[in-house]
Structure formats: structure tokens, C-alpha cells
Design a protein around this ligand. Structure first.
Ligand code: PXG
Length: 290
């Protein structure tokens, strides 16, 4: 395995960063998770744009332009001769001292790992996930924007732990007001009376790249899609529910807090979106090997 660090490629054993890196000391940095299928990177430009927005939001100068980060990402996949997999793109504040001050970190570090990813089991795509509501609330905009895909994932990690301890596949996260935000690593959607609904970004959701693909597919299918503030009531009373994420793709959710959603089986709209999503990942994206 070849890993990119600041312009050089290293074997896995030698791919190391400093213990004085503020990404480690303070979670001071940003990241992206990107998928590639059949030699094409899916929605690469959207991921790069979000990375740069996340960096801008925390005053982090990546030190490379978008074209350079894009090329480094493609080259990392090529160095590993992969056709299908997952890219983890990490930008940290870089090496500083033991104080918080980011001004003492002269240069950001860019790390790119191309690998395989473990997905939910095929059984979950066929029969659907169980979701539980987490007591851990999504971080509020006033503390750290949940739109920043930062290296501070403790909020999500702790919520994921709750879900796992409850035996559920994913955890539903509410915001400080009790409105539905998203899941620990996925956005959430429902279908009710032929209309798709998902919480607005302002609720505390990440602006998911897969979420935006569902908006495109809804337009293609002529299905209305709305973004009102949502509560658990909306999910309990939905006809269908599904989650989206780079890792999860589009996956049905059939229970919330042990209650069946709809008839407790993946619904027709969810199945249609899953099928079309797979067509898109198989046929579109940035070519890796020219
Ligand atoms: N919400 C959060 C909090 C996320 O971290 C999504 C939604 C979905 O966004 P995309 O752009 O991927 O459609 C994410 C991204 C994991 C894992 O191991 C999940 C994500 C990122 C990194 C790792 O489950 N999800």
C-alpha cells in the first residue's frame, strides 16, 4: 500500500506523521471520504469542493489548489493500482507546539489513503437497517458548524457507540431543539405519500454528497423532495426510510427505536433509488486511468 503524505508516497509502515501535528493534538483539521468504482471516482469535484469549504471555514490553508489535490487523489489510487475502493483525504493544521495556537503551525499536512472499505452486510441492503435515537445531540452551529467535516468526530463516535450498544446499525442524531439532524455517518430521508423528505442542512446535517445525488435522482424521477424541520414523529409515521452516505450508499432503514417504519420492509421508492444509484456509480465519475 502506498500512502501520500505531503507530496511523497510511503509504504504503510513508513507512513507516519508527527505527534506534534495539531490534527492529533486537537482534532484540528478536515477530511473527506470518497468512493471509486470501476476505475472512476464518484462525484470527485463535489468532495474536493466540500474539503475546501471545510478548510476555509476553519481558516486552514491547504497549501495546494483544487486541481493539485484532485491530481494527488487520482495519483494515490493509481499508485495502488486499484479499480474499486475508498479514499480518505485528510488535511491537518500540521506540526505546531503543545499550545492551541494554530498560528504556530506553519504548514498544513495532506494525507491521502486509498484502500478498500467495509460496508454494511448485503443482508442490510436487502432487509434494511435498524436505527435507534441517540441521547447524544448533534453539535450545535454555535459550537462548531456541523457542516465542517472536521477531524473532531467525537460527537459522532459517541453517538455511534450508543447505537452499537443498542444493537442497531445506525444512530439517529437530533439537534439541540430535538429536531432530526442526521445519523452518525449518514444523512436520513423518508418517503410519505409519494414525497421524499430530508432534514435541512440548518438542522445540523452534513451537506452529504450522496444526499445531493438523491436530490438529482428525485428530479429525474419527478418525485417531489422537501427539506422541512423534522421530528421523530415524521419517521415513525413514514411509509419508507433510507440513509445515504459515501460508505453506505443508499440503504433502507426499516425500524426506528424498535418500531417498524411502514410495513417494516424496504419500500419501492427506496429500491428504485438504490438501483439508479448503482447505475450512476457504475457509469459516471472522473476517470482514474487515462
Ligand atoms: N453525515 C455525516 C456526519 C457524515 O460523516 C455523511 C453524513 C454522508 O455524507 P456523504 O458526503 O458521504 O454522502 C457523512 C459522511 C464511516 C464514515 O466510517 C462515514 C462518513 C465519513 C467517513 C467515514 O461510516 N460519512
Amino acid at each position: 500500500m502506498k500512502i501520500y503524505i505531503d507530496g511523497e508516497f510511503y509504504d504503510k509502515e513508513h507512513a507516519k506523521i508527527s505527534v506534534f501535528d495539531h490534527g492529533l493534538l486537537y482534532g484540528d483539521g478536515v477530511f473527506e471520504g470518497i468512493r471509486f468504482y470501476h476505475g472512476r471516482v464518484f462525484r470527485l469535484d463535489e468532495h474536493i469542493d466540500r474539503l475546501f469549504d471545510s478548510a476555509r471555514a476553519i481558516c486552514l490553508d491547504i497549501g495546494l489548489d483544487k486541481a493539485a489535490v484532485t491530481e494527488a487523489t487520482l495519483e494515490t489510487i493509481r499508485q495502488n493500482a486499484l479499480q474499486d475502493g475508498y479514499v480518505r483525504l485528510v488535511v491537518t493544521r500540521g506540526v505546531g507546539d503543545l499550545g492551541l495556537n494554530p498560528a504556530l503551525c506553519p504548514k498544513a499536512s495532506v494525507v491521502i489513503i486509498a484502500s478498500k472499505i467495509t460496508l454494511y452486510s448485503p443482508d442490510k441492503y436487502e432487509h434494511g437497517l435498524e436505527v435507534v435515537t441517540c441521547a447524544t445531540r448533534r453539535i450545535p452551529h454555535g459550537a462548531l458548524s456541523p457542516m465542517v467535516k472536521s477531524l473532531n468526530y467525537l460527537n459522532n463516535v459517541l453517538a455511534k457507540l450508543e447505537a452499537q450498544n443498542a444493537g442497531a446499525g445506525e444512530g439517529l442524531m437530533l439537534n439541540e431543539q430535538g429536531f432530526v439532524a442526521e445519523c452518525t455517518g449518514d444523512n436520513i430521508f423518508i418517503v410519505k405519500n409519494g414525497v421524499i423528505t430530508t432534514p435541512p442542512i440548518a438542522s445540523g446535517a452534513l451537506s452529504g454528497v450522496t444526499r445531493s445525488v438523491v436530490f438529482d435522482l428525485a428530479a429525474e424521477f419527478g418525485i417531489p423532495i422537501h427539506e422541512p424541520m423534522m421530528t421523530r414523529y415524521d419517521i415513525y409515521t413514514a411509509d419508507e426510510c433510507f440513509l445515504t452516505g459515501t460508505a453506505a450508499e443508499v440503504i433502507p432503514a426499516v425500524k426506528l427505536d424498535t418500531r417498524k417504519i411502514g410495513d417494516g420492509h424496504p419500500g419501492p421508492v427506496t429500491k428504485k433509488l438504490m438501483a439508479r444509484f448503482h447505475e450512476l456509480t457504475a457509469s459516471t465519475g472522473t476517470l482514474i486511468y487515462k
